[in-house]
Design a protein around this ligand. Structure first.
Ligand SMILES: [Zn+2]
Ligand SMILES: [Zn+2]
Length: 347
């Protein structure tokens, strides 16, 4: 398998981000990313202006974020703009599906902060929807804002954003499990939602969600069977196919890069990856590899099932269900959430 690190929720100057796509790609390159997905509000103008492609060795892909007042929806792998429908997000979901795109419910439980725009927030309000492809469980900017409860805390979090990001949003994770336990093969995503804007916070003028810092925090690591070729169209297809399937994990890469993590289920002669469906057999075991000693939780059908410590982990007694992995690395006197995998289904 080949591994590519990327960030998949980013705003540029085509909407309310502060930098042009070219400059964002340069920052992604410095942060060591292989690809980024730009998702500007209500527009695909970046795509229409032919900004997709390799820049400084980073593959830049362009999707969009639909909806304004609530029910924000990331629309990837599409070529026509999707119209907003704040009140009936199912229409937006259906439009992405008509284009065979990938649609992700963004920051569904955002709370907002009294210090930003009178506490305005953009949660997902309609859970009667169906046929979407994913839920964003970990969002740098949104969760950062949720924690800014006072000016002083805001200033502290500018210098130490990690304190506001102690893991994926618990309600979003619970929603993911709820859908998956119903047998719906939806994917979990995470991203920066970087805008790089400066804000006045009391007497301070500060950079909120800076691109380069947030590109070192919540990233996705995608696994492909073949290496990327350097040819935009082929590589775009390969990456989107792997994302659609769920062949990736979300890593908080700031303290320890999650590169090299692996989660598979194996029998005597075959191995399945995240996103795969495994036919039940008698000899199934799950294997997890982390590049640093860590605490690994195997989550089965939404509940903690087995825990293991170290760098290499084997879980046996695999029977039908949906399995995902949570990894925590050592940090100060305790542990920090590090890696959240996509799921493997056993039938
Ligand atoms: Zn949003
Ligand atoms: Zn956004």
């Amino acid at each position: 398998m080949y591994e590519y690190a990327g960030n998949m929720h980013i705003h540029s100057s085509y909407s309310d981000g502060s930098l042009e796509i070219m400059d964002i790609a340069a920052k992604a390159s410095r942060a060591g990313l292989n690809f980024i997905i730009i998702t500007d509000h209500y527009t695909l103008n970046g795509l229409y202006d032919a900004k997709e492609g390799y820049q400084q060795n980073v593959l830049v892909l362009i999707g969009m974020e639909a909806n304004e007042t609530k029910n924000h929806y990331l629309c990837l792998d599409i070529d026509k703009e999707v119209k907003n429908n704040n009140e009936n997000p199912q229409v937006v979901i259906d439009e992405v599906n008509m284009q065979h795109g990938i649609g992700i419910i963004a920051h569904p439980f955002e709370k907002g902060s009294p210090l930003f725009a009178d506490g305005i927030n953009f949660p997902w309000t309609d859970w009667n929807v169906h046929s979407f492809q994913g839920i964003e469980i970990w969002n740098f900017t949104s969760q950062w804002k949720d924690h800014v409860t006072s000016t002083l805390k805001g200033v502290f979090l500018i210098f130490y954003p990690h304190a506001a990001l102690p893991g994926p949003c618990p309600q979003a994770l619970a929603k993911l499990d709820e859908y998956q336990c119903r047998g719906e093969k939806i994917i979990a995503t995470g991203g920066s939602d970087a805008h790089g804007y400066s804000m006045k916070l009391g007497m301070f003028h500060l950079q909120v969600s800076p691109y380069e810092t947030s590109f070192k925090c919540i990233n996705v690591h995608v696994l492909t069977e073949l290496p990327l070729t350097g040819e935009v169209k082929a590589d775009r297809e390969m990456l989107y196919a792997a994302i659609r399937k769920g062949a990736f994990w979300i890593g908080y890469d700031y303290f320890i890069d999650s590169r090299g993590f692996r989660f598979s289920i194996q029998d005597n002669d075959k191995s399945w990856q995240m996103g795969d469906t495994v036919p039940l057999s008698r000899h199934l075991k799950a294997q997890v590899v982390t590049t640093a000693p860590a605490r690994v939780k195997m989550i089965k059908n939404g509940k903690e099932w087995q825990v293991s410590s170290g760098k290499s982990h084997i879980f046996s007694n695999i029977d039908p269900g949906v399995y995902r992995i949570e990894v925590y690395h050592r940090y100060l006197l305790g542990y920090r959430p590090w890696i959240f995998s996509n799921s493997i289904w056993v039938e």
